[in-house]
Design a protein around this ligand. Structure first.
Ligand SMILES: Cc1cc2nc3c(=O)[nH]c(=O)nc-3n(C[C@H](O)[C@H](O)[C@H](O)COP(=O)(O)OP(=O)(O)OC[C@H]3O[C@@H](n4cnc5c(N)ncnc54)[C@H](O)[C@@H]3O)c2cc1C
Ligand code: SF4
Length: 325
């Protein structure tokens, strides 16, 4: 590992000041330290943010407010999360391992980097690691790569599970930076690769994620997260679907769908949602709407199976949510 210096920030203002001088925040370190070991990431200065008061988890009416430093396991086990937003808990438990979830923070989870194998191989071409170098995945092992939102520069998927649930539930995030606080949709955090895949998120220099707010409502209580993967635990998604349904008087009043493992960022499925409003929640309707999910899909040599798997995963997630609605 390349030498670095470490400071423990005691206030957000101190942390932000150091970040503006080039320091990198570290929370659980489960992604960043890993990448530093492999010398994919080479920060010269780390800012430990764990002493900041950002671990709270609370209900605010029907909304849920989650501190950026709350640990994945604490969020998943929290009674207000299980009561108001059970899909958040479900998506967290489906991610990583118990030991990792005990250490890993919510802010770090959203900002974790991609799992493309070439990104971590220093001798492979990777535009995300080394802008302009090319992309070894285009003609390489791309069975796990994205089919939506890809460019000629990069087709890596975003690996976070809980980001998919957040986006389905229209979660908002708050960040604090040198110019004060601002809030925006979690969906807007993630950037498409285009010709600049090394630019992954919309945070401005020095900005610190402070909390995530998940709006509640009847749809949030009838919501499920389905993750399809190569093995049952400790594995990233091949395809995942978060589905939330509000059914009233026998018809769908509100529906939210987002998917993971298929897009270069967590992917909201708005055309599928639009096709379901006002109709009865039945399997045929779910399948017909889910078929719209692959519009614009651009499979690579080894991941065309995702074009078939994606609508099936959405259909099943909707059926599971329908059992609660
Ligand atoms: C073997 C393995 C399997 C995994 N499987 C899954 C899985 O199936 N699903 C899944 O979703 N995840 C999975 N993960 C990823 C894991 O969830 C993340 O590593 C973890 O959530 C990152 O949180 P952290 O606090 O450790 O982040 P860190 O490593 O501390 O930080 C990650 C990044 O976020 C930045 N950062 C952290 N906090 C903030 C903040 N508050 N504001 C601004 N920037 C911040 C850091 O600067 C860094 O760039 C897996 C990880 C491993 C190692
Ligand atoms: S898909 Fe993206 S992360 Fe993977 S090698 Fe290509 S540029 Fe790098």
């Amino acid at each position: 590992m390349i030498p670095f210096t470490l400071e423990a920030a005691t206030t957000p203002a101190d942390a932000i000041r150091s970040a503006l001088l080039g320091g990198r925040y570290i929370a659980g370190g489960t992604t960043l330290v890993d990448l530093m070991h492999e010398e994919v990431e080479r920060p010269e200065h780390l800012i430990d943010i764990n002493a900041l008061a950002l671990t709270g988890i609370r209900a605010d009416g029907d909304d849920l407010v989650i501190g950026a430093l709350a640990r994945m396991s604490d969020v998943a086990a929290h009674p207000d999360v299980q009561r108001l937003q059970p899909m958040i808990a479900e998506s967290l438990i489906e991610g990583a391992s118990p030991q990792l979830r005990n250490m890993a923070s919510m802010g770090g989870n959203l900002l974790q980097r991609c799992r493309c194998p070439y990104f971590r191989m220093l001798d492979a071409a990777c535009n995300k690691r080394d802008p302009g170098a090319g992309c070894a995945a285009v003609d390489g092992l791309n069975a796990g790569h994205a089919i939506l939102g890809i460019s000629d520069s990069c087709a890596a998927t975003h690996p976070s599970d809980v980001a998919v649930a957040f986006i389905a539930l229209d979660a908002m995030m708050t960040v604090l930076g040198p110019d004060g606080e601002r809030s925006f949709a979690v969906e807007d955090l993630f950037l498409l690769p285009g010709t600049t895949p090394h630019l992954e998120h919309a945070l401005r220099p020095g900005e610190l994620i402070t909390e995530i707010r998940v709006p509640g409502g009847p749809h949030a209580r009838a919501a499920r997260y389905l993750k399809v993967r190569d093995r049952q635990s400790y594995e990233f998604a091949l395809v995942s679907a978060a589905a939330a349904l509000h059914v009233e008087s026998g018809v769908i009043r509100d529906v939210r769908i987002a998917c993971g493992g298929v897009g270069t960022k967590p992917w909201r499925m708005r055309s599928c949602e639009a096709a379901l409003i006002g109709i009865p929640p039945q399997r045929e309707a779910f399948a017909a709407a889910a078929a719209l999910s692959t519009e614009g899909a651009r499979p690579l040599a080894h991941n065309a199976y995702k074009v078939a798997l994606l609508p099936r995963t959405i259909t099943r997630a909707l059926e599971m949510a329908g059992e609660l609605a």
